[in-house]
Design a protein around this ligand. Structure first.
Ligand SMILES: [Zn+2]
Length: 157
């Protein structure tokens, strides 16, 4: 298999900075490198669209203080629409946590890790799942508040 190639991703950086300003203002001071990768990675059966990883102390020193690297598979990125791109980058930024006191940067796991089939059989059986479903309901409500022509446009994709 050919080696993966990496290059800077200014369009990802631009989108990330926009989203930070809106949804993640507490991480604007974190030093993140944004890269495209030529390789589409897989974990189990799932394609990894993007990932965010921490630099170790040695990498931090060599790179001149970079703390995180946000990597996006270019091949997948090219197939995503604007809304999907925003969601993917917002998702990656949601992994980042900055400690109020120490300023230490860490990465957190997803709110929910569940199979669709289990939700289908048992419903949201844990508080974390109920919160997740409630968040989805809020999204649906917001869509229904929009004018009809916008709703139709959303359905068309
Ligand atoms: Zn994630």
């Amino acid at each position: 298999m050919a080696k993966a190639e990496y290059w800077k991703a200014p369009e990802v950086e631009e989108l990330a900075k926009k989203l930070m300003g809106i949804h993640h203002p507490y991480i604007t001071g974190v030093n993140i490198v944004y890269v495209f990768s030529s390789k589409v990675r897989k974990r189990k059966q799932n394609i990894i669209l993007a990932s965010i990883d921490k630099y170790n102390e040695r990498q931090k020193m060599i790179s001149g203080g970079c703390q995180l690297v946000l990597e996006v598979a270019k091949e997948v990125w090219d197939k995503l629409d604007t809304n999907q791109r925003e969601a993917v980058i917002d998702h990656e930024l949601s992994h980042v946590l900055v400690d109020d006191e120490s300023g230490e940067v860490s990465l957190i796991e997803h709110d929910v890790n569940e199979f669709g089939s289990i939700i289908k059989r048992y419903g949201p059986y844990l508080p974390s799942l109920q919160l997740f479903i409630a968040d989805y309901s809020k999204y649906v409500d917001r869509q229904l508040d929009k004018p009809l022509d916008v709703q139709n446009h959303l359905q068309e994709g």
